[in-house]
Design a protein around this ligand. Structure first.
Ligand SMILES: [Zn+2]
Length: 247
């Protein structure tokens, strides 16, 4: 968040997954149903299946519970929330599958490893429940009469931009601290990105402060209807009741 607060990743699946693995293995050793061989599932298989789905349901419930609590906290103290538009489908695309090339066993095992790594990463990305979180934030804000802004991250580039001077500089994913080369502004990477998004949403842009012509951001912002909508919404709200500070 832009005030420097951080929400810890709860990793619900990570905690329960070991248990799920153990019971799934037990389940695999029992008589599974098969339409091809015309066999019913054994009672033991059904029992193990029940245990697995119970654990999976537990993870889901924990996740949605946490999401609603956190979203309520955020909406309770803020009337404007700006988040990044996340391409979850693109982020969690499957790893490359190796198909019948005349490659050696070595490369095959390497590719298999990468695929496993990617699926593990996907699992931890999806474990947070970002899509659900975003939706919860959106409807809770709508109920409370707040404003939800989705920042187009492809044009704004929150994590690549300095919140102080607005210059853009590519960062790799393992760089967790933002340190500007132009104005030597230092801040945590995620906090800096949140600040950029907030200033974009409020329109008090850092992008025009410097020599803005070098970046394409100010041009594209003119075409975006989001700010106009936001301004009109804010005006409506101010007429109804005086607001606290926007954050
Ligand atoms: Zn800077």
């Amino acid at each position: 968040m832009s005030n420097g607060a951080k929400v810890e990743n709860p990793r619900f699946l990570g905690k329960t997954q070991a248990k799920i693995r153990v019971i799934s293995k037990q389940k695999r050793r029992k008589q599974a149903p098969s339409r091809k061989h015309k066999v019913k599932a054994s009672r033991r298989w059904l029992k193990a299946q029940k245990q697995v789905s119970k654990l999976q349901r537990k993870v889901g419930t924990q996740r949605s519970n946490w999401i609603h609590q956190e979203a309520t906290k955020i909406v309770g103290s803020n009337s404007l929330v700006a988040t990044e538009k996340l391409n979850l489908k693109g982020m969690t695309a499957k790893g490359a599958v190796l198909r019948g090339n005349n490659s050696s066993a070595n490369t095959a095992s390497k590719k298999g490893k990468r695929k496993c790594q990617k699926s593990g990463l996907n699992r931890s990305v999806l474990d947070v429940g970002m899509g659900m979180f975003r939706k919860a934030l959106e409807y809770k804000l709508a109920e409370a009469g707040g404003v939800f802004v989705e920042v187009p991250s492809k044009t704004v580039k929150p994590s690549q931009t300095c919140p102080n001077c607005g210059c853009q500089e590519p960062k790799s994913l393992d760089q967790r601290v933002h340190c500007c080369t132009r104005c030597s502004y230092t801040e945590d990477r995620d906090v800096a990105a949140a600040k950029v998004m907030l200033s974009w949403a409020l329109g008090t842009s850092v992008f025009n402060r410097g020599e803005g012509s070098s970046t394409s951001v100010p041009k594209e912002r003119k075409h975006c209807g989001g700010l106009k909508q936001l301004a009109s919404l804010k005006r409506q709200k101010l007429q109804v009741q005086p607001l606290g500070d926007l954050e």
